[in-house]
Design a protein around this ligand. Structure first.
Ligand code: NAP
Length: 254
């Protein structure tokens, strides 16, 4: 029987709450605690569960890791958190899955250094579907460099900036940012489409975000894949490609 992974989650905001919904309902994991900056009053738990929510200002990481040890930490808080728990993670060999989107170069260098002592994944976009779309689009671009490429992104009316995911897709496919079309309509959560125009056919790769719980599915995928990896620093691409390589070449290839 596979080992149940004990997990701590940092961040209980819009994304963290959805991630907690997924991790607390997945029998492969035991979500032991959720940390946020500060918790007022006595005891708080994640809705519908008995998972405690603790304030890091009241209970520093050293104390938390000691009283409720975990095998892995998932971070959906803010860029500074990694500097608060980093050395505990390093010392205890706790696997780290960080979804923080806005790390500086220095933060990323520090995250990479943790990979010397444990398994670390940093992914500014952690949904399984978008990462798969990017890998598939990259492959098609290699196979058919002559095809025209257009990227269409659609989001809710209030989103003012061009989607960072669309810019990442353009960068990965080495196409000009001018090839991104942004539409702002009602309450669309997130739609990304890469269109490959061949002379005699058209290929469309599309991803639709439905709920923030998709971040939790991505984090769960990362946790299970990292369990089979050596210490080191990984991106979501690395995990997907490892899996695809193993699938295509047979079980011995990993
Ligand atoms: N990779 C992805 O695909 C992806 C997807 C969604 C979000 N994210 C990232 O996840 C993070 C959170 O996004 P969000 O929309 O959920 O933000 P949010 O609603 O503002 O929630 C942030 C949460 O993190 C906690 N937090 C912030 N700084 C902390 C610290 N130093 N120590 C402990 N807890 C801290 C906050 O606690 P308090 O309320 O107590 O301050 C809050 O619970 C952002 O960095 C975002 O870029 C990534």
């Amino acid at each position: 029987m596979p080992k149940i992974l004990r997990v701590g989650l940092v961040g209980h905001g819009k994304a963290g709450q959805a991630v907690a919904n997924i991790l607390s309902n997945d029998p492969r994991f035991e979500l032991r605690w959720i940390a946020r900056r500060s918790v007022a009053g006595q005891s708080h738990t994640h809705p519908g569960t008995d998972v405690p929510i603790v304030g890091i200002e009241q209970h520093p990481y050293a104390e938390l890791f000691e009283s409720m040890p975990v095998d892995a930490l998932v971070d959906f808080s803010s860029p500074e958190s990694i500097h608060a728990y980093g050395e505990e993670v390093r010392r205890r060999g706790v696997t780290l899955v960080s979804a923080i989107s806005a790390y500086s170069e220095d933060d990323l260098a520090y995250a990479r250094s943790l990979g010397d002592n444990t398994r670390v994944l940093c992914s500014p976009n952690i949904t399984l579907g978008i990462n798969f779309l990017i890998v598939a689009a990259k492959l098609l671009r290699k196979i058919a460099p002559f095809a025209d490429v257009e990227i269409v992104e659609q989001h809710f009316r209030e989103k003012s900036e061009i989607s960072g995911t669309a810019r990442k897709i353009a960068e990965t496919l080495e196409v000009d940012g001018e090839r991104i079309t942004s539409l702002r309509l009602g309450g669309i959560v997130g739609h990304h489409e890469v269109i490959f125009g061949f002379p005699h056919q058209t290929v469309r790769l599309t991803h639709e975000s439905i709920r923030r719980e998709a971040f939790g599915t991505g984090a769960a995928f990362a946790l299970t894949q990292l369990a089979d990896c050596a210490n080191g620093f990984y991106t979501f691409d690395d995990l997907l490609l490892n899996l695809m390589r193993a699938e295509l070449l047979g079980a011995d290839a990993s």
